[in-house]
Design a protein around this ligand. Sequence first.
Ligand SMILES: N[C@@H](CCC(=O)N[C@@H](CS)C(=O)NCC(=O)O)C(=O)O
Length: 421
Amino acid sequence: MALVLHSNVNKNVRKTLIVAEYSGIQVEIAPNFQMGVSNKTPEFLKMNPIGKIPVLETPDGSVFESNAIARYVTRLKADNPLYGSSSIEYGQIEQWIEFATLEIDANILAWLRPRMGFALYLPPAEEAAIANLKRALGALSTHLASNTFLVGHAVTLADIILTCNLYLGFSHVMTKSFTSEFPHVERYFWTMVNQPNFSKILGEVKQADSVVPIQSIKKTPQPKEAKLSKPKDEPKKEAPKVQPKAKEEAVEEEEAPKPKAKNPLDLLPPSPMVLDDWKRLYSNTKSNFREVAIKGFWDMYDPEGYSLWFCDYKYNDENMVSFVTMNKVGGFLQRMDLTRKYAFGKMLVIGAEPPFKVKGLWLFRGPEIPKFVLEECYDMELYEWTKVDISDPAQKERVSQMIEDQEPFEGEPLLDAKCFK
Ligand SMILES: N[C@@H](CCC(=O)N[C@@H](CS)C(=O)NCC(=O)O)C(=O)O
């Protein structure tokens, strides 16, 4: 029996496929593997009790954990140069494999997984992941300044594992403006992915133009939602050696059906204020904003049917990187999508230099912040919320200034102003 990888093709599987190319070893991908179904069967769980991919099935038993699989396949070839040519080289290859896993991959995943909706997105956690990744890339860049390969003078298993991990980062979050700080890592990465045995498996590699946007969190489906496996008598398809790249192969986890949002706000007594009319006025006013849009807002505003809220980011001290701060506000607005029909918002990033302040103004349907927003948009708890008292002229004026992106705002320049409409 050949070696069979039970998995979709993701960067973890590509490690072993590249090893196989270098080593002249035949490894197949299990035909008809279906994520979320094939990895939950009793047969699969016998091979890997945690039910994660990949698993390698061999005539002698199975191996799970992608690094262990790559090491196993490397060792199948006697004196494989991928493991170096001396004990110290072997030790250093293992050292860089650990580094690639714990310092590079772990931080790329901590940055990427929440953005892909597979973990809770918490801006301070993202900032920590980016800082840790930068520290690791700085160290790597120093090493690569005087080394073409991680160890010795040829590709080793450490280069394969590190490159596959970097491939995930370069494809989704590590844009050119991010990586240009680490020129030796850039040179190394592009050299590696253009080696024939890498490019056979990775294909044409493209660096992300922008950091992958934040998606709402995906829930793992219950087993009963999993589709039934195909009937036994269906003819087996020939497994391609490398399956085509999935658009988002980054973190292949089960897709969940999107929960249908109920709108309790539709049951509120009708309001004379039509939110869409206000949004249209806001968007279409190109000049005399104060006289037209702001005046129009206060003419339309219905304090019975709507409420206004100031929000203040609780962790402004951590807003040290401008693009990270702007991204986190962007993510917040994306996750507020569920309230599009019932809200309007302005978010300001304030200050000429770090730490930047994030403050906002929100108009919500109803007298309170809608419960489903508090429950479903976890960014809400990252802000201090204060209901606007429109009988106070100072507060009313602050609302107008926020809608208008007035600059300076409270004595400081605006780094960014985003509108939710
Ligand atoms: N450390 C493991 C990671 C395995 C892993 O996280 N696999 C993900 C796909 S990339 C998975 O199977 N997720 C499904 C699940 O968590 O049930 C390895 O390198 O093999």
